[in-house]
Design a protein. Sequence first.
Length: 311
Amino acid sequence: MQVDAVVLDIDGVLVDVADSYRRAIVESVERVHGGASEAADASFAEAGVPFEKADVQSFKDAGGFNNDWDLTFAAALYVLARREGMALDVDAFTDRIAERRAASVDPASADGLAAAEAVVDDALSASARERVRADWDTERLREVFQQLYLGADLYAELEGKDPDIDAPGFIHDEPILLDPETLDALADSHLGVVTGRPADEADIALDRAGLDVPDDRRFTMDDWEEGKPHPHALVALAERFGAESVVYAGDTLDDVRTARNADEADSARDYFGVGVLTGGLTGEAGRRTFEDAGADAVVESVNDLPELVER
């Protein structure tokens, strides 16, 4: 691929978040709505609740969950609905989310959480829906998520609140995936970032990865309302770079969809979507899933990117 600009996702591309963000999703739902296990790191399978870390990928594949808080809320909603008799398992539930998003007027802007709520509403009686909504505590879920992920000290610093959970912080369990040699090899291209992380958390990950990206060359959760797979952020970066062609590398289907949507929205430039197999999609099955979603290429890790692109 001949490209002028390279844009990277953070989670699952620059840092491994299997034991940080994804773990925080599962344990937040368990702490707030599980109630069946005293062990903070016990899986829902052990606790008798039908949701575990492997199920997070089903929500990611459905799309519209660029924000992991929204995914946490949707997972909690799923668990509560199952307790009220919803017959859908995780795969069926997330398939219906994907169907609702695809049927929306603008699938690129379709909200995964709103689709999850609609699926639950269709699956339950009015009285069961009312009980689920009464139990569903999104404010507490977010508080617990941030405390587990950031740890007590960072939570107090970044959120400005006193923590009530004594947690060291999963953020410290994020292995760096980007090699310094890869960064050197990409130095001749315009380099940008599009991520679902809040800005402060993006700063921490980028600093640990040794990547210095100015504010005008990145989009975080704080910078745009739509989120991936809406093309706005990618197109805006391409315009700022003055690029004629852009490659965007990410670890989820929404990352590939973002590039596809940008290519449709901006006829003046070429956009390439590259799937990276260091996130939830891995191996040959992950490769096929990316290809079916329209990925222009699939690489084992971000460190294979320099061999794929040339300026």
